[in-house]
Design a protein around this ligand. Structure first.
Ligand code: ATP
Ligand code: MG
Length: 235
């Protein structure tokens, strides 16, 4: 069977670190599934997502062993632009994602790089801003927005890429209560459209969106049993 995401026996150590952060991770995600990953701060959740979207090993070097496959293709045999057509990632800190002078430029950036037609890009900007309820901020500078609003724009800019696989790294952390409800709905809709989703979560209330919850512990993924102490909050 070919999976949108398949991770086999993955080990990873950052350059200069002594310890392996990922220590034999195995993960298979089927099409249309939403998998949540929880775990203590610093246990390697973001590092795992970097391995799935190709930032590791293509940008961060370090020492990696094992295999990550996207739709059956080894990520080592794919260049970053090719991976970007298949996997979208919303980072934990929206400031690392946003760099354009206006919200609309920010959202256009990814599709422009994929050579999407100008007219189509315009339609996508409208559509994704509507999804995150941020239409009126289209001409604002992302730097002038609040943390939660930045997260919404980071989500919108990744949705505009229309990738089949979406990685969400604690994307609800700074969003207000109403915004959270809205984005949880959006994630459910994306799942309904057949998107494959991996989300890192810190907030137990958000785990209900997931079909499966896994815990990253000692560098390995295991089944999560509610009630364990994994540094989770309840809003
Ligand atoms: N670029 C880097 N170089 C060296 N070490 C790093 C780098 N990025 C992260 N680390 C280390 O790797 C470990 C795992 O970090 P990671 O960010 O993946 O954890 P996390 O589970 O996402 O944490 P959090 O819940 O705080 O977001 C941490 O000890 C961190 O200090
Ligand atoms: Mg993290």
């Amino acid at each position: 069977m070919i999976y949108p995401i398949e991770v086999n026996d993955l080990y990873y150590k950052y350059e200069g670190n002594l310890r392996e952060i990922l220590n034999g991770v195995n993960l298979k995600v089927v099409e249309g599934e939403a998998v949540a990953i929880v775990g203590l701060s610093g246990c390697g959740k973001s590092t795992l997502l970097y391995n799935i979207c190709g930032i590791i090993p293509h940008i961060y070097k370090g020492e990696a062993r094992g295999q990550v496959k996207i739709w059956g293709k080894n990520i080592l045999d794919m260049k970053l632009p090719e991976i970007a057509t298949k996997v979208g990632i919303v980072f934990q800190d929206p400031d690392t994602q946003l760099f354009s002078p206006t919200v609309e430029n920010e959202i256009a950036f990814g599709p422009e790089n994929l050579c999407v037609a100008r007219e189509e890009i315009g339609l996508r900007i409208e559509r994704v801003l509507k999804i995150v309820n941020m239409e009126k901020y289209r001409l604002e500078n992302p730097n002038s927005l609040s943390g939660g609003q930045k997260q919404l724009i980071a989500i919108a800019s990744v949705l505009a890429m229309e990738t089949e696989i979406l990685l969400f790294d604690e994307i609800l952390s700074q969003i207000d209560h109403e915004g959270k409800i809205k984005i949880r709905e959006v994630i459910k809709e994306l799942k309904g459209e057949g998107k494959t989703i991996v989300l890192i979560e810190h907030d137990l209330d958000n785990l209900q969106i997931a079909d499966r919850v896994l815990q990253l512990k000692d560098g390995k993924l295991e089944e999560f049993k509610d009630g364990e102490t994994v540094g989770l909050n309840r809003a």
